[in-house]
Design a protein around this ligand. Structure first.
Ligand code: ADP
Length: 261
């Protein structure tokens, strides 16, 4: 896994955990107050003393707010669960037979794991088609999209300004397309064909393997990964995959071999 994705995941887990901890601490405090009220009731305290404590809690409104706190905690925990699931899928797709999957889920998963890192340099806009099913390996495809997002973010970072990344999916009769387009510096004409070569990199700390592995993964899915420079600046990478059809189920082969990854 690329270090940028690992650091993105750490960030994505850390944020909601902070949320969950704050919520739990608030809930504990309120429970302590509720327990104190219970003790007073059981000890036969007068209604005035009980009412006073109840007001400290914020009355009915205050207790109702606890449901919101609970919902926040639940949302934070769900985000952590989703990110962990994405990470697992990225690491354990090998060897499993391919299955019908929605490319949009792969895009969402990629945005979850790479989003925190990439948003330091660019806003991410996502526009998804409906009915974008393919036969493939969940996790592997999201890994490709995450790689494209990280590259787009890094390209934009070299301009020193905040940019925009558009992630789109669309379909035609027999293909599903996913495009990651950025408004960074673009790719020089003489490099467009070379970006997929193993070890081709223009980055100080790059290894030049991200796109070569990504293209292998896409080709293994019977598709193609294309690169182009956008005329008004920026780069665009498009994943083209065969659209899922019923008869594909019958020709499921083995998973993506380890050698590809
Ligand atoms: P690395 O990120 O380690 O350099 P990659 O295979 O992912 O390896 O990318 C290879 C090269 O392709 C990059 O070093 C960069 O020159 C170019 N590249 C990739 N994505 C973009 C992009 N969105 N905009 C401009 N250049 C890009």
């Amino acid at each position: 896994m690329r270090k940028e994705i690992a650091s993105g995941i750490a960030h994505e887990v850390n944020n909601p955990i902070t949320f969950v901890m704050a919520g739990v601490s608030h809930l504990r405090e309120c429970l302590q107050n509720l327990t104190a009220i219970g003790i007073e009731i059981e000890g036969g305290a007068g209604i005035e003393a009980i009412r006073e404590r109840w007001q400290v809690l914020g009355g009915v409104r205050g207790v109702e707010d606890l449901f919101e706190t609970l919902a926040d905690v639940e949302e934070g925990a769900t985000r952590v669960r989703d990110v962990v699931r994405d990470m697992r899928a990225m690491n354990s797709a090998n060897g499993r037979p391919p299955a019908m999957l929605d490319v949009n889920d792969e895009i969402r998963s990629a945005v979850r794991v790479a989003g925190a890192e990439v948003r330091q340099h660019a806003a991410i806009h996502v526009a998804l088609a409906s009915d974008a099913s393919v036969l493939g390996h969940a996790g592997r495809l999201s890994q490709v999209v995450a790689n494209l997002l990280i590259n787009a973010g890094q390209a934009i970072a070299t301009t020193g300004r905040l940019g925009t990344i558009q992630v789109r999916s669309w379909v035609d009769e027999d293909k599903v397309f996913t495009e990651v387009r950025d408004d960074g510096p673009g790719i020089p004409a003489d490099s467009v064909m070379r970006v997929f070569d193993a070890f081709f990199t223009t980055k100080k700390s790059g290894n030049g393997l991200g796109l070569s592995i990504s293209r292998k993964i896409v080709r293994f899915h019977g598709g193609e990964l294309l690169a182009e420079s956008v005329p008004d600046g920026g780069a665009s990478f498009t994943i083209v995959l065969p659209r899922w059809t019923k008869d594909m189920d019958r020709r499921c082969e083995a998973g993506v071999p380890d050698a590809v990854i």
